[in-house]
Design a protein around this ligand. Structure first.
Ligand SMILES: Cc1cc2nc3c(=O)[nH]c(=O)nc-3n(C[C@H](O)[C@H](O)[C@H](O)COP(=O)(O)O)c2cc1C
Length: 193
């Protein structure tokens, strides 16, 4: 499974980056997974202002910056979107980036890893809906991470205190990634038929 782990915040001092690094590190330990960090910071995009929905615009003209973003996400089999919760939803920068997507996620699985005072659960629910409308197959499981500031270090290592609590949602990441791989293998085979 070629997996893109998307960093859903570009704010100064963002913690989403270290959470995404933790996802990449964990994924790389699973057999058959090749994980890559895709940071929205590297793909600055204007606010979406195209004349029609990209999905229904056969004459679409794509700016170079937009093409760079779409080309960056297209080659993967599966996606983990790592998102903060801003005002009970995802950050505007992530929603804007998703609004540009047409077929890049079609029939490919995605999963959500979030953080916030309630693990970012409300943002995760919104994001699942958004990804579903973007034609991705969103898997039921998610990882809402409580206490991410102290729970993961800058290099993406999970704190010992988190590991010690088997009920902490952060401990469910391996299960999420294994499930994502199951969907990825199944959907890749079906797409290739
Ligand atoms: C504009 C803004 C709105 C926020 N709204 C929420 C919220 O609704 N619920 C929540 O749990 N945390 C909220 N927070 C706190 C964020 O979860 C926290 O700042 C987190 O570190 C954001 O991720 P980031 O550092 O990667 O941007 C908000 C933070 C910001 C900057």
């Amino acid at each position: 499974m070629k997996l893109a782990v998307i960093v859903g915040s570009t704010r100064q001092n963002r913690v989403t980056l270290k959470e995404a690094k933790w996802v990449v590190k964990t994924a790389q330990e699973i057999d058959g997974v090749e994980a890559t960090l895709v940071d929205l910071m590297d793909y600055p995009l204007p606010f979406f202002d195209e004349p029609a929905s990209p999905r229904y615009n056969p004459d679409r003209k794509i700016d170079a910056d937009v093409k760079k973003w779409l080309d960056a996400i297209e080659p993967y089999d599966a996606y983990v979107f790592v998102t903060p919760e801003y005002n009970h939803s995802i950050a505007g920068v992530l929603k804007n980036a998703i609004d540009y997507i047409t077929s890049e996620l079609n029939r490919k699985p995605s999963a959500v890893v979030s953080h916030g005072s309630m693990g970012g659960a409300r943002a995760a629910m919104h994001l699942k809906e958004i990804l579903s409308e973007s034609r991705s197959v969103v898997i039921p499981q998610a990882v809402p991470f409580l206490g991410v500031h102290e729970g993961i270090d800058e290099d993406g290592n999970l704190a010992e205190a988190m590991k010690a609590n088997p009920h902490h949602p952060g401990n469910h990441l391996v299960g999420l990634l294994e499930e994502l791989k199951w969907y990825s293998d199944a959907l890749s085979a079906a797409r290739n038929k």
